[in-house]
Design a protein around this ligand. Structure first.
Ligand SMILES: *[C@@H]1O[C@H](CO)[C@@H](O)[C@H](O)[C@H]1NC(C)=O
Ligand SMILES: *[C@@H]1O[C@H](CO)[C@@H](O)[C@H](O)[C@H]1NC(C)=O
Ligand SMILES: *[C@@H]1O[C@H](CO)[C@@H](O)[C@H](O)[C@H]1NC(C)=O
Ligand SMILES: *[C@@H]1O[C@H](CO)[C@@H](O)[C@H](O)[C@H]1NC(C)=O
Ligand SMILES: *[C@@H]1O[C@H](CO)[C@@H](O)[C@H](O)[C@H]1NC(C)=O
Ligand SMILES: *[C@@H]1O[C@H](CO)[C@@H](O)[C@H](O)[C@H]1NC(C)=O
Ligand SMILES: *[C@@H]1O[C@H](CO)[C@@H](O)[C@H](O)[C@H]1NC(C)=O
Ligand SMILES: *[C@@H]1O[C@H](CO)[C@@H](O)[C@H](O)[C@H]1NC(C)=O
Ligand SMILES: *[C@@H]1O[C@H](CO)[C@@H](O)[C@H](O)[C@H]1NC(C)=O
Ligand SMILES: *[C@@H]1O[C@H](CO)[C@@H](O)[C@H](O)[C@H]1NC(C)=O
Ligand SMILES: *[C@@H]1O[C@H](CO)[C@@H](O)[C@H](O)[C@H]1NC(C)=O
Ligand SMILES: *[C@@H]1O[C@H](CO)[C@@H](O)[C@H](O)[C@H]1NC(C)=O
Length: 415
């Protein structure tokens, strides 16, 4: 069998076209472009925000601190206005619970993640991170060969928890997990349900420091105990254990520029003239509800505040996460974690310039608004109260035709 690790890379290079420096375990970012993005590119500004990998960056504090978990429920979507566009986000998770690249729309109280012909689809990410919690997503997947729908928890050091759906098999959900980007010994596990395009199902994760349970319509379909993940060679638990964003996406695994392994995994070549593209103009996944309930930090956690998570050591295991009062908000796209106000004076001008270079996707539905309700009392994880907090995400429907660079990196592991 073939197991696949996919990393959707959606990096936006709007105004600045500079030679891209890449980063890896062997080659961290240089001081002048200190932040290693989720897609392995060095830079400042947005590269220092969501997905910035501190252990591949110039220094551990090059990335901006990560907004702490907040318990919240999202449903009855009426607008995408509260979803911040990828090129506008400066780290203020209070202002925007959700971030997006691509084209989200609302219809009948649901949020649609769309993928028009020849596009790279849509990626919705929470701006708050979850450091253990229960995350539930009630949705209908997209359909068709080569069309992938995904519900992923992704940490900045590439701990990852996956539930993925291939559009050619609407009765199977594939579950998987990674520790710092590494596939462990355990195989993916499939769960089955009734047609996931026609029917809403609730896909959930109950993630604690010691155990991770995938649930399908409230029934556990897979349990991973931390105790079973110990690696005697590295003397580490290869268990997802670091603050992670909620990512919901639709992407073209069957696009012609994908590797043969990914295309095969995705069910074959994508049909850019699919039934849904003919009928409504795009393939889509339908998000009805997202609930995020934050759990307490681990007993032993280093709690020095209640605003952000940072890493204190490049081992990036659970005992190296600190909860701080460090701000998560940069003043401009020239800033980094080590100076969040370095380019303050040019922020406004740059924001205007980048926005004007984008165009609307011209999709067929108008946006409305979403309502979110807070299930708790504005709990933040650092306060030790043991209550819940949740995450909200906003996404905007403009699509950056010219400047969105989406790189899909796939590692196919033959087992
Ligand atoms: C957090 O703030 C402290 C105190 O201001 C600072 O020393 C540290 O570098 C900051 N850490 C990060 C990751 O921003
Ligand atoms: C969403 O709409 C349903 C049905 O109209 C209603 O019962 C529910 O209270 C609404 N939820 C929120 C959070 O507004
Ligand atoms: C973040 O956004 C909130 C809500 O819009 C606002 O009150 C707050 O001042 C912003 N914080 C920063 C640092 O800009
Ligand atoms: C998608 O790309 C193909 C191949 O380049 C082209 O033939 C087709 O017209 C494109 N479709 C749209 C809707 O842009
Ligand atoms: C979907 O995948 C499951 C698990 O591999 C398999 O048993 C089933 O036959 C597949 N269904 C279709 C329609 O391919
Ligand atoms: C333990 O970690 C090492 C180094 O990452 C890796 O090569 C090895 O495959 C791991 N062992 C297991 C059982 O996952
Ligand atoms: C899971 O289902 C997919 C098809 O949806 C199949 O290719 C894969 O082999 C299945 N994996 C396992 C472990 O059964
Ligand atoms: C996980 O741990 C629980 C409690 O110790 C145990 O009952 C269960 O069998 C374990 N499950 C797996 C899959 O290891
Ligand atoms: C899509 O398919 C329909 C029906 O099969 C056909 O009429 C139409 O020309 C096709 N459009 C494109 C862009 O290929
Ligand atoms: C989400 O939270 C709302 C409000 O607390 C609740 O009514 C709803 O049942 C929850 N949905 C899921 C799928 O957990
Ligand atoms: C790390 O996780 C383990 C397993 O739950 C826990 O015993 C330990 O207290 C945690 N350490 C910290 C510092 O969070
Ligand atoms: C951040 O950069 C600005 C502009 O260069 C500078 O004035 C300020 O002193 C810097 N702050 C820190 C903490 O380095």
């Amino acid at each position: 069998m073939v197991r696949l690790i996919q990393v959707i890379a959606a990096a936006v290079t709007v105004a600045a076209v500079t030679a891209t420096t890449t980063c890896s375990a062997d080659s961290h970012c240089p001081e002048e472009a200190p932040c290693c993005s989720e897609y392995g590119e060095c830079g400042v500004g947005e590269e220092c925000l969501l997905g910035c990998n501190p252990i591949l960056s110039y220094a551990l504090d090059s990335c901006a601190p990560q907004p702490v978990c907040e318990s919240k429920s999202f449903s009855n979507w009426t607008t995408t206005d509260e979803i911040i566009k990828n090129w506008e986000y400066l780290g203020n998770a209070t202002a925007n619970d959700w971030w997006v690249s691509g084209t989200p729309l609302v219809a009948d109280g649901n949020l649609l993640l769309t993928m028009a012909a020849n596009t790279t689809g849509t990626l919705l990410s929470s701006t708050h991170y979850v450091w253990y919690g229960k995350i539930s997503v009630t949705m209908k997947t997209s359909r068709g060969s080569g069309v992938v729908t995904a519900f992923v928890m992704m940490s900045d050091v590439l701990d990852e928890i996956d539930t993925e759906f291939i559009g050619s098999n609407l009765t199977t959900a594939q579950t998987n997990y990674f520790f710092q980007g590494i596939v462990t010994g355990e195989l993916e596990v499939n769960a089955s349900m009734s047609d996931s395009f026609e029917n809403f199902h609730t896909y959930a994760l109950d993630w604690t420091p010691d155990s991770l349970t995938w649930l399908l319509d409230d029934e556990p379909v897979r349990v991973l105990n931390r105790s079973t993940t110990y690696n005697a060679t590295t003397m580490q638990y290869m268990y997802p254990q670091t603050p992670s964003r909620v990512e919901l996406s639709i992407w073209p695994g069957g696009a012609s520029d994908e590797s043969a392994g990914v295309i095969a995994w995705a069910g074959g070549a994508i049909d850019w003239n699919s039934t849904d593209i003919q009928e409504v103009g795009y393939d889509y996944a339908t998000i009805k509800e997202v609930n995020i309930t934050c759990y307490d930090p681990p007993s032993g956690a280093n709690i020095q505040g209640n605003i952000s998570y940072i890493y204190t050591n490049d081992a990036a295991t659970n005992n190296t996460v600190e909860i701080t009062n460090n701000s998560t908000v940069m003043a401009s796209f020239e800033d980094t974690g080590t100076n969040m106000t370095a380019g303050a004076t040019t922020a406004a001008a740059q924001s205007t310039a980048t926005s004007s270079s984008t165009s609307d996707s011209g999709s067929s539905e108008s946006s409305s608004s979403s309502s979110s309700s807070s299930s708790g009392d504005g709990f933040s994880q650092g306060n030790g109260s043991g209550s819940n907090s949740s995450i909200a995400v906003t996404f905007n429907p403009s699509f950056i035709q010219v400047s969105l660079v989406l790189a899909m990196t796939t590692v196919a592991l033959m087992a």
